[in-house]
Ligand binder design. Structure first.
Ligand code: DND
Ligand code: ATP
Ligand code: MG
Length: 273
C-alpha cells in the first residue's frame, strides 16, 4: 500500500472489512449516546432520495424509536428540501416511506435561492454561475435545517462519509455543515451494504449517486462531476492497490481539500504546512 494511502485510511477512520450488523448497532448507539449527553431534543436531516440520506435517516429513526421506548423523549424530523419540483421526487418518497420518520417537513428552497442569485447579479454585476448557484442550494438546505434545529433544540445530521470526505466532495458549510455525522468512516459500497442489511428498497441503494445541484445538468452523477469512480475510491480507501495514476489523483484531491475537513484555519494550526 502507498504511504499516503495508509495515512488517509487512518485519518478517515476506514475499516477495510466491516460487519454490517455491528456497524448499524454501533452507529445507532452513537446517535443515542450523543443525543443523551448533548441534552438536545432530537435530530433533523434532509432526505434527498439518495443513498446517504436514506441510510442516515434510517439510523436516526431507529435511534429515536429506541430512545422513546427507553423513556427518553426524542424527535426526528426528516426534511424534504427540493429546489422547485425535484426530478426524482418519486425516489425521495420511496426513501421516506422506507424510513418512516417520526415527523416530516417540506421546505422548498427555490424562492430563496433564486432571490439570492438575483441579488448577486444586481450587487456584483455579473451572473452567478450554475456551479456557484449549486453551492448556494446546498447552503440554503443547511440554513433551512439549522432554522428547524434552532427552534426545536435539535441537532443537524450530516451524511458525510469516507468516500466523500477523501475528495472533499461536499459544499463547505453547505451539506458539510452539520452537528453530528453517523456515516463517518464508511466507503460508498459499505454504506450500500448497511442499506442492504437494513432491507432498503433496491431503487435507493442501487441508485446512481448525484449531488443534483446544477440547473443545466440535473442529476449529474457524482462520478461524472469528480472524474473518479466510487469503485476506485472505495478500493483505495479499503487499502487495495489501484491504478497509481488514479491513486495519485485521489491523494491530490485529499490534500487540496484539507481545509474542508478542519475548522477555519488560524495561525495556531499546522495541518496546512
Ligand atoms: N486552501 C484553502 N483554505 C481555506 N479555505 C479555502 C481554501 N481553498 C478554498 N477555500 C474556500 O472553500 C471554498 C470552496 O469550497 P466550496 O464552496 O465547498 O466549493 P467547491 O469545493 O468548489 O464545490 C463543491 C463541490 O462539492 C460538490 N458537492 C456539493 C454538495 C453536495 C455534493 C454531493 O455529493 O451530493 C457534492 C459540488 O458538486 C462541487 O463539485 C472557496 O470558495 C473558499 O472560500
Ligand atoms: N433535494 C434534497 N432534499 C433534502 N435533502 C437534500 C437534498 N439534496 C441534498 N440533500 C441533503 O444533502 C446531503 C448530501 O447530498 P448527497 O447527494 O451527498 O447525499 P444523498 O443524496 O443522500 O446520497 P447520494 O450521494 O447517493 O446521492 C443529503 O444526504 C441530504 O441530507
Ligand atoms: Mg444525492
Amino acid at each position: 500500500m502507498r504511504d499516503v494511502q495508509a495515512r488517509i485510511i487512518e485519518e478517515l477512520n476506514v475499516s477495510p472489512v466491516i460487519d454490517p450488523a455491528e456497524q448499524v448497532r454501533a452507529r445507532i448507539d452513537f446517535l443515542k449516546a450523543y443525543l443523551r449527553t448533548s441534552g438536545a431534543a432530537g435530530f433533523v436531516l434532509g432526505i434527498s432520495g439518495g443513498q446517504d440520506s436514506t441510510l442516515a435517516g434510517m439510523l436516526c429513526r431507529k435511534a429515536v424509536e429506541e430512545l422513546v421506548e427507553e423513556g427518553d423523549p426524542a424527535r426526528f424530523i426528516a426534511v424534504r428540501l427540493p429546489y422547485g419540483v425535484q426530478r426524482d421526487e418519486a425516489d425521495a418518497q420511496v426513501a421516506l416511506a422506507y424510513i418512516r420518520p417520526q415527523e416530516t417537513v417540506v421546505f422548498n428552497i427555490k424562492e430563496s435561492v433564486d432571490e439570492l442569485a438575483e441579488e448577486y447579479g444586481e450587487g456584483v454585476g455579473t451572473a452567478l454561475s450554475d456551479f456557484g448557484k449549486g453551492n448556494v442550494k446546498a447552503r440554503m438546505r443547511m440554513i433551512a435545517q439549522y432554522a428547524i434545529a434552532g427552534e426545536g433544540r435539535l441537532l443537524v445530521v450530516g451524511t458525510d462519509h469516507a468516500a466523500e470526505a477523501v475528495t472533499g466532495f461536499f459544499t463547505k458549510y453547505g451539506d458539510g455543515g452539520a452537528d453530528i455525522l453517523p456515516l463517518t468512516g464508511l466507503t460508498k459500497r459499505q454504506g450500500r451494504a448497511l442499506l442492504e442489511f437494513l432491507e432498503a428498497p433496491e431503487d435507493i441503494h442501487l441508485k446512481v449517486p448525484t449531488a443534483d445541484l446544477l440547473d443545466h445538468d440535473p442529476g449529474q452523477s457524482d462520478e461524472a462531476n469528480l472524474g473518479l469512480k466510487y469503485h476506485d475510491i472505495d478500493a483505495f480507501l479499503e487499502g487495495h492497490d489501484i491504478d497509481p495514476e488514479i491513486a495519485e489523483r485521489i491523494e491530490q484531491r485529499f490534500l487540496q481539500t484539507r481545509h474542508k475537513r478542519a475548522v477555519p484555519v488560524s495561525m495556531f494550526d499546522d495541518w496546512w504546512i
